[in-house]
Design a protein around this ligand. Structure first.
Ligand SMILES: O=C(O)C1=C[C@@H](OP(=O)(O)O)[C@@H](O)[C@H](O)C1
Ligand SMILES: C=C(OP(=O)(O)O)C(=O)O
Length: 438
């Protein structure tokens, strides 16, 4: 169900705000999968609570994992995960919603069980690329029944073991195809030699995250040859981990500093992280912001104007980046993001449509966007059930009076608290006008 249009807070004066962001989706859902196949009971401290993590928890419970909420140190409960018992037989239907991490990461795990597991999701999920996962499982000797198109819905018929060995897939559509197989590969009889057979893999930082998380749990992964990953069969250690905040979801809040020529601070910024969102520290200065990281506090101050940029491989940071480009005084180009056409929506088309509907000048290229300066006006910014489209609209709305975001509740995919956190951030600087239409 969608909510009424959300009048995006307009900030006529510079913000001066401090914000804390909930936990990382990518880390929470990786650790959940790994806890389900680990050698003992694991604990996730301060995990993300969101639609994508809820869907992952429900999926893993349906596959036999025990997942219990217990009081944590803060307001968010910890999760204690008991792994799937050996020999577990599953007959389950997994709802993937629109979560790439659920639809890609869980089928290889289902292949390790005995039984039949059907995967389906939102209508928008049924067009997200899945064929390399289906092909990978079939290549590993697992029977998968689909409609012949490699899309959801499909059913995985597990026999309790996966033989492993050498496997070549084309992961040009999503890094998640690689991460998905790597996450459980130590449980394959012969381990795995995974090879990417296409030209380039997108979102490589997310693959590095997978590799580093696996290594931290004692799994041997060799990624020394480009486009090859070798995982040795063996134990996956149980763990007790405190989740980092989501640095990609920090993006809209940091962008708010630029959109209002103000300052936004985020405490507890991790000093060593595998999250792609750490790249904000190099992306935002290109727009003219000053960025410092002192005593774990990331502080971003917007410059007198937002400069145009030319940036490659922004991955899931692209929608927030594009929102800043739409507010910039010079032309911008975003490259290396063709695969965004297979994200929650076709993000390239959606960004062009919504920026231009507000008077902007954006065009698609083969692999990204060109966004030229143009005076923006208020209007309805559609979110396409895409959390990052909704937050892109919020960024623009800070600088342009009269922007409304359709379906702001879609931010619950990874950050249900977004509207509240955004309002709290804006309220930290008075006076503030709230400017909706009508
Ligand atoms: O592994 C992950 O946690 C993710 C990988 C990336 O997917 P793509 O490679 O499809 O961009 C990213 O965009 C997504 O939000 C999360
Ligand atoms: C692409 C994204 O999500 P998903 O994990 O559903 O692929 C995203 O969060 O930007």
């Amino acid at each position: 169900m969608t909510s009424a249009p959300w009048p995006a807070p307009f900030a006529p004066t510079p913000l001066d705000a401090t914000v804390t962001i909930p936990a990382s989706k990518s880390l929470t859902n990786r650790y959940l999968v790994l806890a389900a196949v680990a050698d003992g009971v694991s604990r996730l401290r301060a995990p993300l609570q969101s639609r994508d993590s809820d869907l992952m928890i429900a999926a893993l419970r349906a596959l036999g994992a025990g997942i219990e909420e217990v009081p944590g140190a803060g307001s968010v409960p910890d999760l204690v995960v008991t792994p799937i018992p050996a020999g577990f037989t599953a007959t389950a239907e997994v709802d993937c919603g629109l979560a790439g991490t659920v639809m890609r990461f869980v089928p290889p795990l289902a292949a390790l069980l005995t039984g039949t597991v059907t995967f389906d999701g939102d209508p928008a999920a049924r067009v997200r690329p899945m064929a390399p996962i289906v092909a990978a499982l079939e290549g590993l000797g697992v029977r998968v029944e689909d409609g012949g198109d490699g899309l959801m819905p499909f059913t995985v018929h597990g026999t309790g073991t996966v033989r492993g060995g050498h496997l070549a897939i084309d992961a040009g559509g999503s890094s998640q195809f690689i991460s998905a197989i790597l996450l459980v590969a130590a449980r394959f009889d012969g381990g795995l030699h995974l090879e990417h057979s296409g030209t380039s893999v997108p979102s490589v930082d997310h693959i590095s995250m997978t590799v580093q998380v696996l290594r931290s749990l004692g799994v041997t992964v060799d990624d020394s040859t480009t486009n090859h990953w070798i995982v040795r069969p063996g134990p996956i250690a149980a763990f007790d981990v405190l989740l980092e905040q989501d640095l990609s979801n920090a993006g809209p809040f940091l962008a708010a500093a630029l959109a209002t020529r103000g300052t936004v601070r985020i405490p507890n910024w991790p000093l060593n992280t595998t999250q792609v969102g750490d790249k904000w520290r190099t992306i935002l200065p290109q727009f003219g912001a000053s960025v410092t990281l002192d005593d774990g506090v990331l502080s971003v101050t917007g410059g007198p104007e937002i400069l145009g940029v030319d940036i490659s491989d922004t991955s899931e940071l692209a929608p927030s980046t594009a929102a800043l480009c739409a507010l910039a005084s010079g032309p911008s180009r975003l490259r290396g993001i063709a695969h965004l056409r297979g994200h929650e929506t076709d993000r390239l088309a959606a960004l062009v449509a919504e920026i231009n509907a507000l008077g902007g000048d954006a065009v698609e290229t083969d692999d990204g966007l060109i966004i030229n300066p143009a005076p923006l006006h208020g209007g309805l910014f559609h979110s396409y059930e895409d959390h990052r489209m909704a937050t892109a609209g919020a960024i623009i709305g800070l600088a342009v009076p009269g922007v409304e975001v359709e379906d702001i509740a879609t931010t619950s995919k990874t950050m249900p608290a977004f509207p509240q956190l955004w309002a709290d951030m804006v309220a930290q600087t008075a006076p503030v006008g709230i400017s909706g239409r009508g």
